[in-house]
Design a protein around this ligand. Sequence first.
Ligand SMILES: [Zn+2]
Length: 157
Amino acid sequence: MTCPFCGGLDNKVIDSRLSREKTAIRRRRSCEGCGRRFTTYERVEELAPIVVKKDGRREHFNRRKLLAGLERACEKRAIAAQTIDSLADELERGLIERGEKEVSSRRIGDMVMDRLRSLDPVAYVRFASVYRSFTDLDEFVEEIRGMGITRSGGSGR
Ligand SMILES: [Zn+2]
């Protein structure tokens, strides 16, 4: 990322913000050479971190999977679908704005637990008790399905 004023290569990120549509991230940068500020835009696909699973396998971050995990944890609780959706957004945003190339699945799990703890104690315990032993959203969704929590009784979501 070169400075448009002096061509210097060293700069500091002052602020990172994800666009509303989540297609681009806007970064305010300060040039270490001339001190001037400029803005860069980066496409989100290039920035969403790669998730490193417990067994070392890597996969692209999958918002749908995150959302599925949250929905399972919050099933039958008085939590609006919209709230769960915003939570997934917020977590995704947090990951992208961090700007790291990779993130461990355990770290994502910790972030989810942090948020659920303040949102709903039951959802938190559900998530924490199962997730801790798996550290993988796929396995979490499978396991909790096995616990019968997903039986909807026809109400749907
Ligand atoms: Zn400069």
